[in-house]
Write a protein that binds this ligand. Sequence first.
Ligand SMILES: *[C@@H]1O[C@H](CO)[C@@H](O)[C@H](O)[C@H]1NC(C)=O
Ligand SMILES: *[C@@H]1O[C@H](CO)[C@@H](O)[C@H](O)[C@H]1NC(C)=O
Ligand SMILES: *[C@@H]1O[C@H](CO)[C@@H](O)[C@H](O)[C@H]1NC(C)=O
Ligand SMILES: *[C@@H]1O[C@H](CO)[C@@H](O)[C@H](O)[C@H]1NC(C)=O
Length: 452
Amino acid sequence: MVLLLILVAFSCFNGVFSLGRKELLSLKRLTTTPAPARFSHTPKDGATILEMKHIKHIQKGLLTLDVVRVESIQSRIKNVVSGRVESSQARVPISSGIQLQTLNYIVIVTLGIRNLTVIVDTGSDLSWVQCQPCRLCYTQPEPLFNPLVSPSYRSVQCNSQPCHTLQSNTGNSGLCGNNAPKCNYAVTYGDGSYTRGELGRDRLTLGMTPVENFVFGCGRNNRGLFGAASGLLGLGRNDLSLISQTSDVFGGVFSYCLPNSDSGTSGSLILGNDTLVFKNTTPVSYTRLIPNPQLYSFYILNMTGASVGGVPLQSPSFGGNGVLIDSGTVITRLPPSVYTCVKAEFLRQFTGYPSAPSFSILDTCFNLSAYDEVNIPTLKMQFEGDAEISVDVTGMFYFAKRDASQVCLALASLAYEDQIGIIGNYQQRNTRVVYDTKQMQVGFAKEVCSFS
Ligand SMILES: *[C@@H]1O[C@H](CO)[C@@H](O)[C@H](O)[C@H]1NC(C)=O
Ligand SMILES: *[C@@H]1O[C@H](CO)[C@@H](O)[C@H](O)[C@H]1NC(C)=O
Ligand SMILES: *[C@@H]1O[C@H](CO)[C@@H](O)[C@H](O)[C@H]1NC(C)=O
Ligand SMILES: *[C@@H]1O[C@H](CO)[C@@H](O)[C@H](O)[C@H]1NC(C)=O
């Protein structure tokens, strides 16, 4: 028993000894968010977000949604397994969707003449908004998009290219009946959530840059994991994604910097190769996209290693299946062997703190309410070509309770070794992530997200 444990522990290390590196996380700042009345020491400089009770409630539900998303991605994968010069740029603020009950990130775009708040999703292709007249729409604070009052809106016809593309991508024939000139669409996200309606075209304006005749779904029957956002912007690699549709305009390149959801600041989503942004970052390190014709819409990378607090880990799973990077998954999922190593090394370095019960999918939790600040060993993930994501200190811990009495390592294990790992948005905070679909690479640089 003991021998076995030692062997397991040793199999995690590279045999390279390295000084542990930790970063300071101030808990004081995080606990300055509105504390419930029963706390007598409510700080003065409370940066207001949501009431604690509200957040607690939402967060529990939201992580459940994250589980469903990962199951859905895994099931999509399982189901599948049975150039031009860029000329323009567009820059829009990207911010946490927490106010809209989602842990996804949102941007405001202009569709026709309407400003709409939509989720940014690199894990799917077709963009859509909830549309009037609606048969079944979830509640959203913004008025529904009404194609009838958008002068530049056009229905996509059945016998047109986008309709054929949709059909060949989804294998969904029969969306056009004999007497239906309009192209209907149905996207199901595998977990029961869906959007259905008709395909339309309108002018999409991103920042100051208009994209004419943008094809999107005018959704009349929508249900699922979208919080209260008005729709979704699909940034996947397939034909109908924003990136594919605008490859003439933006050159198939985009990047984002996702801010810490507690900070109240925005980051930026940039379409096109805006090199100015790299003045505020460390040099970008690139890794190649792993081609997978059957999983074409995902961005899949070759993860070759990881370290915790500067201590390199070893696992046979590195360099195997590939991992996908996704803006729409919250918590990073690692193969069990990798997760076990990360957790063991983290616990070895983060000692002396009282533990707390597990929270949802997070099994490594602490009660840190007695501390003003703690030193946290941070995670680095390495990718083929010497690219590296250095997880920001704010991406290491998930605050299940605002008073820091249940703070959890923000990583989770996949169920099976052969499932594909997913790098979630929590671990991408304060990193400039560059997607280059032309040169088939993804790059990372450290950046403190801001929109300016
Ligand atoms: C849409 O947002 C832009 C930028 O914030 C603003 O200038 C414009 O007035 C808004 N348009 C509408 C119709 O609300
Ligand atoms: C962006 O532009 C820079 C400078 O013009 C160039 O070196 C780089 O290769 C371009 N990157 C992409 C992803 O197109
Ligand atoms: C990942 O990179 C490693 C090291 O360069 C290489 O040995 C391995 O074959 C790569 N895996 C894939 C799936 O390309
Ligand atoms: C967390 O720790 C504090 C201070 O050590 C203690 O007073 C409190 O009861 C603990 N909370 C929980 C939920 O265990």
